[in-house]
Design a protein around this ligand. Structure first.
Ligand SMILES: [Zn+2]
Length: 259
């Protein structure tokens, strides 16, 4: 038995207002609504990361996660999730709360009050591979303190910025007392999966409805294709190192067609 953890970022109702380099990660709210509607039609169980880790791992469970804490998580995703009675996990970069396009406390508390899980996406969103163990420990513990103080509730899961698997982050997340850590490595989350190394499938603009539906059928070849498309960028990152690879990747994202 296995589950699928989807990774979303921002939604928009006006893609023209989104900088072109960021567009691959931004989904039209209408597309998101269609996906949630499909999910409801498939009658698959949908739970938060915390609930999944607490043992809710029925066959073909779906987990919805959002990285970064963009205001559209509150303005566009929350009403759609509430309409369909679904819960999701929102990973917020604690050091950015209330700045730029990141949600403010009122919006984060509204998500939490609606039954959504709030998790950490570190303090500063720096790539874990560029940080010392001490810096990583700061990122993980301080972000949790900020979120727990602001919410008045425990924060038990975290997602890695940049998504790449990092063994030191995994060890430190466990050591400082988190219950789960999500990366962006494509793949299913097996029942027996290590909760500190959870795979996720990124839902990007290039993912058509047919591919999304294939994923809801847990079509192994659709999942394999997504995994294969991650191999080349993963190899390039390892060869170049995150510090050099990430700016190149960002520059390429405008024309990058991976999903
Ligand atoms: Zn992020």
């Amino acid at each position: 038995m296995a589950s699928l953890i989807f990774m979303y970022h921002d939604l928009t109702s006006d893609i023209a207002s989104v900088p072109s380099g960021h567009r691959p990660y931004v989904l039209d709210a209408t597309v998101f609504r269609r996906q949630i509607c499909l999910l409801a039609r498939h009658e698959l169980p949908v739970v938060t990361v915390a609930r999944w880790c607490a043992g809710f791992r029925a066959a073909r469970t779906i987990v919805l996660t959002f990285d970064d804490g963009h205001v559209s998580n509150h303005d566009l995703a929350l009403p759609i999730l509430c309409e369909y009675g679904m819960k999701a996990t929102f990973y917020v970069t604690a050091g950015f709360i209330g700045t730029g396009q990141t949600m403010n406390w009122g919006q984060i508390r509204a998500l939490h009050a609606a039954g959504m899980e709030i998790g950490s996406h570190t303090m500063t969103h720096r790539p874990p591979s560029t940080l010392s163990d001490e810096e990583l420990r700061y990122e993980l513990t301080t972000s949790r303190d900020v979120l727990e103080n602001g919410l008045g509730a425990p924060v038990t899961s975290i997602s890695s910025p940049t998504g790449f698997f990092n063994p030191r982050m995994k060890d430190i997340a466990r050591e400082v007392g988190y219950g789960a850590l999500c990366f962006g490595q494509a793949g299913l989350a097996a029942d027996t999966a290590d909760p500190f190394s959870l795979n996720r499938i990124a839902v990007k603009r290039t993912m058509g409805q047919d591919k999304f539906e294939a994923l809801l059928r847990f079509d192994r070849s659709a999942i394999l294709r997504i995994k294969c498309r991650q191999v080349v960028p993963g190899f390039a990152r390892r060869a170049l190192g995150s510090r050099f690879y990430l700016p190149i990747r960002r520059a390429l994202l405008g024309s990058f067609s991976s999903d």
